[in-house]
Write a protein that binds this ligand. Structure first.
Ligand SMILES: [Zn+2]
Length: 375
């Protein structure tokens, strides 16, 4: 098993702004936890820094007028015209280097796709990627370019069959939209239900269009869904679909914002449940291109993606976080001292309601999608 970790120190140079929930510190903190656990010097694993993607690579999916606008915004100055492309105060701020930042995200995911496509590694992890909301002509949900779409397109150019599995708390709407009519890319997204959370989509009835019917799969989750409800639901949906679709490569978006302490969402996973889902995705993937995604409680981001990278390399980690990391993380406001989370009590009526909702959604997916794949 050969693996690759794609990481750049250049992220430190970018900043969405002091009020924005997406903190670039989370990437450095993740790297430092991986380092403290000895996961950046594993035998059989390479670590590579990406180059910024050339404009032509981004133009494979994004519209020229949107690219021109991102370039115009790179000096940090916004304009009224930028708002037409979703850029400006709010979710997708214009900051100095916004185009450079977008090119670096794309470059990292394309590097990971090339390492897998050329057969150099079996699994690659680009944890700064997974910006799944951007669409061809618009920024959305903190995402400027859709690196997941670009990576999938790069793999498709090599004739590889790709399944996309997205466990971020938000619906992977941008990726779904890009391949909505395409039967050669299966997209599966699990997320908090659209009535409750941005982007407001991801209902079971969104099954694809035309030749793509049956190749967009959505499993909405109720608020307070925890690992004990999520993992069995995941198991009922994802393995049978991957088994029927038979991808060459799975592209996984591993947003860690479904965690119970995430400030932007209402799901209730713990780190160990998240890691189990990653382990199942890895087992089910002939080759795996893993991306990061959301995650706004930075101690969960560092722990979740470190656990994910350990899983991808078959490494078992001691539960106590390394002392050198704990000291540094405390200075950044993090209190966790263990990789896993302590159990929490949940009121029985909440547990029952959540379970019932998720079971209904699972049945709905089986009814609407499985028959199309003769499952
Ligand atoms: Zn998210």
């Amino acid at each position: 098993m050969k693996t690759a970790l794609v990481h750049s120190e250049a992220w430190r140079g970018f900043d969405y702004g002091p009020e924005h929930p997406l903190r670039m510190e989370r990437l450095g903190l993740t790297w430092r936890l991986m380092e403290a656990y000895g996961l950046t010097t594993l035998p059989g694993a390479i670590v590579q820094a990406p180059d910024a993607a050339p404009e032509s690579a981004i133009a494979a999916y994004h519209r020229p007028e949107y690219i021109e606008m991102l370039k115009a915004c790179n000096d940090g100055t916004s304009s009224r015209a930028a708002a037409m492309f979703g850029l400006g105060p709010g979710d997708n701020p214009v900051f100095r280097g916004v185009w450079d930042c977008a090119r670096l995200v794309a470059g990292g995911s394309l590097l990971a796709a090339d390492l897998i496509g050329r057969g150099e590694v079996d699994r690659a992890f680009h944890f700064a990627g997974g910006l799944h909301h951007a669409v061809d002509q618009r920024a959305s949900g903190f995402c400027y370019v859709n690196d997941a779409v670009l990576a999938i397109m790069r793999l498709r150019e090599r004739g590889l069959r790709v399944a996309y599995v997205d466990i971020d708390a938000h619906h992977g709407d941008g990726v779904q939209q890009a391949f909505y009519r395409d039967p050669n890319v299966l997209t599966i997204s699990t997320h908090e239900r659209g009535e409750r959370l941005f982007p407001g989509t991801g209902f079971v009835r969104e099954v694809g269009e035309g030749a793509g019917v049956g190749f967009s799969v959505n499993l909405p989750l109720e608020a307070y869904t925890d690992s004990s409800v999520f993992l069995p639901a995941f198991e009922e949906i994802v393995p049978p679909l991957l088994d029927a679709f038979k991808p060459d490569v799975v592209v996984a978006q591993l947003g860690v914002d479904a965690h119970r302490t995430d400030p932007l969402t209402h799901l209730a996973l713990d780190i160990q449940g998240f890691a189990k889902a990653v382990a199942r995705i890895a087992e089910l993937s002939p080759q795996l291109l893993a991306l990061g995604g959301g995650g706004y409680d930075i101690q969960n981001v560092a722990r979740g993606w470190t656990a994910a990278w350990a899983v991808m390399n078959g490494v078992e980690l001691p539960d106590a976080l390394p002392a050198s990391y704990v000291a540094e993380a405390r200075a950044a406001g993090c209190r966790a001292t263990t990789l896993s989370d302590a159990p929490v009590e949940v009121a029985e009526e909440i547990q029952v309601a959540v379970k019932n909702y998720v079971e209904r959604q699972v049945n709905e997916v089986r009814e609407q999608i499985f028959r199309l794949h003769s499952i």
